[in-house]
Design a protein around this ligand. Structure first.
Ligand SMILES: Cc1cc2nc3c(=O)[nH]c(=O)nc-3n(C[C@H](O)[C@H](O)[C@H](O)COP(=O)(O)OP(=O)(O)OC[C@H]3O[C@@H](n4cnc5c(N)ncnc54)[C@H](O)[C@@H]3O)c2cc1C
Ligand SMILES: NC(=O)c1ccc[n+]([C@@H]2O[C@H](COP(=O)([O-])OP(=O)(O)OC[C@H]3O[C@@H](n4cnc5c(N)ncnc54)[C@H](O)[C@@H]3O)[C@@H](O)[C@H]2O)c1
Length: 475
């Protein structure tokens, strides 16, 4: 079979951009198909807008609480249209990094349209501006991401609700926001809207931050409650209705929660509708496209990376898996994912940061073979001078080895890097460049500097020559 490309990547989010860009930089003829906005969820409807609103809310909170530093605190005047503009300015500033033009300059063939399998090695694209095109390659990467999952709630079809896809269109502050879901999306938004002036009620199943360390999560929950957010644990949404302009959500315990706006943040479902996976014989389940540790599907030449496969849903996980694809496809190196030093940060205040195993997960795995060490910020001089003494650093060890670290407190996310290095056992620049660093985070620049110092070892005439040789064998 004569192929149009060496590799086809479906989806231009964090996963697909990394895979397609890396392969093209090694000289492969890479196609990247995107039906929506370049940059995917993270840039357009996820990390970037959420971190921008968090920053605005932080400033409002600082104004209200300045008294303790000897500066007269004041009630902030929030112009929500301007907050909206700030959010969209942040997206627009970062957008060129993920743009079609930038990837075309790298040598990627960017095709805008909806991709579906025509066969195991061929793709039909329904082009956004009309018509179709057929492309084919010996290797195909599915990186089609996820979208909000809306649970079955009686009456939901008659009630206006928002998800992470449209909340960024708000130009007026909601009077009373009901947040359904106590995961990172729900809790980051709950604190932001509260600080900007909305009343906020959260309804969730179990405790908020279900994947995080118990003690650390409780510290944040206490802070959120002290800021006036009402949090209903064990409150599964049963039904919802509208009376005049009021939304009334009824939980499975019969409690009624009222508000002016409803945000649904109850997890994700995968974007594989319309991909025609059957035509390629690719297996999938409810949690996503089934993959092995190398992110190969049951069809070994087809990979699935990022949010579209079961596993962690983070930009940095998607980017990491995209880089692994470059090693797999361009260099022919079998590359298993290794998440023993996977970090994540929830950008509430105080920040909640984790790398490796939580204490609970480590106990479940290793029982009393672990030891746990905790240092509170209450006796850290920088924290004392900044009046930010809430929180701690906790490390979990097995013998002499660090296997997990939890940090809750101001700037917690920026403090994770040394623990990632300890868990991964990597300290030189090459090792640092291969670490998974949480997004978005200032420590990413330490990784970037480390990578820059070694970049010539990855992208040079020898590696390009090897990639070209391998690609020729496969054509
Ligand atoms: C509100 C919010 C805040 C978040 N904050 C953070 C954070 O702070 N840190 C963090 O690490 N993660 C965060 N995340 C998670 C992060 O955004 C995702 O894990 C990440 O964007 C997934 O990247 P991806 O490339 O796998 O998928 P996506 O970004 O979803 O990209 C998939 C792309 O594929 C395209 N596509 C789908 N089907 C087709 C098709 N058939 N043909 C062509 N194109 C197709 C889509 O249009 C999309 O552009 C957040 C998510 C949300 C919703
Ligand atoms: N800072 C970050 O890294 C960040 C920020 C936002 C999102 N994300 C990623 O995005 C993904 C999606 O986030 P999310 O918060 O939507 O999902 P999630 O799966 O993490 O949390 C969903 C929450 O909704 C609750 N829930 C589910 N069904 C419910 C119902 N019927 N009624 C009430 N509560 C219900 C769950 O108990 C859980 O607390 C996450 O996996 C996360 O990795 C990351």
């Amino acid at each position: 079979m004569t192929y149009t490309h060496d590799i086809i990547v479906l989806g231009a989010g964090s996963a697909g951009l990394t895979a397609a860009g890396g392969c093209a930089m090694l000289g492969l003829n890479a196609a990247l198909v995107e039906r929506g906005e370049m940059g995917g969820d993270c840039l357009n409807t996820g990390c970037v807008p959420s971190k921008a609103i968090i920053a605005a809310a932080h400033r409002a909170h600082d104004m209200r609480t300045a008294d303790k530093y000897g500066i007269k605190g004041t009630k902030p005047t929030v112009n929500f249209q301007s907050v909206h503009d700030h959010i969209h300015a942040a997206i627009a500033t970062i957008a060129p990094e993920d743009s079609q033009e930038r990837f075309e300059e790298m040598g990627v063939d960017v095709i805008r349209g909806n991709a579906s399998f025509a066969g195991p090695k061929s793709i039909t694209v329904a082009l956004n501006d009309g018509g179709t095109c057929e492309i084919s390659a010996p290797r195909i990467v599915i990186a089609t991401g996820s979208r909000p999952f809306v649970p079955p709630i009686q009456g939901i079809e008659n009630v206006p609700f928002m998800t992470n896809e449209d909340i960024w269109n708000l130009t007026e502050l909601p009077e009373h926001l009901i947040v359904l879901g106590g995961g990172p999306i729900g809790m980051e938004m709950a604190q932001s809207f509260k600080r900007l002036g909305s009343d906020v009620t959260v309804a969730t199943v179990g405790r908020p931050f279900p994947k995080d360390d118990d003690e650390a999560a409780e510290i944040v929950i206490e802070r959120l409650r002290s800021e006036g957010i009402v949090i209903n644990k064990n409150a599964r949404a049963q039904s919802v209705r509208m009376e005049d302009k009021t939304i009334i959500l009824t939980t499975d315990s019969g409690e009624e929660i009222t508000g002016s706006h409803l945000l649904i943040a109850t997890g994700r479902e995968v974007n594989f509708d319309g991909l025609n996976l059957e035509k390629a014989g690719v297996k999938y389940g409810k949690a996503g496209i089934e993959v092995d540790a190398r992110r190969r599907t049951n069809q070994k030449h087809i990979y699935a990376i990022g949010d579209c496969r079961p596993g962690p849903h983070f930009t940095h996980a998607s980017g990491y898996e995209g880089s692994n694809i470059v090693l797999e496809v361009a260099f022919g190196l079998p590359t298993k994912v290794n998440y023993k030093a996977l970090p994540w940060v929830t950008y509430v205040d105080p920040e909640l940061a984790q790398v490796g195993l939580t204490e609970k997960a480590a106990r479940e795995k290793y029982g009393d073979k672990i030891t746990v060490w905790r240092e509170d910020f209450s006796h850290n001089d920088r924290a004392i001078t900044e009046l930010e003494t809430t929180g701690f650093v906790k490390i979990v060890k097995k013998g002499g080895k660090v296997i997990g670290a939890t940090i809750v407190g101001a700037h917690a996310g920026d403090m994770l890097l040394p623990w990632s290095m300890a868990i991964a056992g990597k300290s030189n620049t090459f090792g640092m460049a291969s670490l998974i660093v949480p997004y978005p985070n200032r420590a990413e620049h330490s990784k970037a500097a480390a990578f820059a110092s070694d970049e010539a070892k990855v992208f040079n005439k020898w590696t390009k020559g090897w990639a070209a040789f391998l690609a020729k064998l496969r054509r």
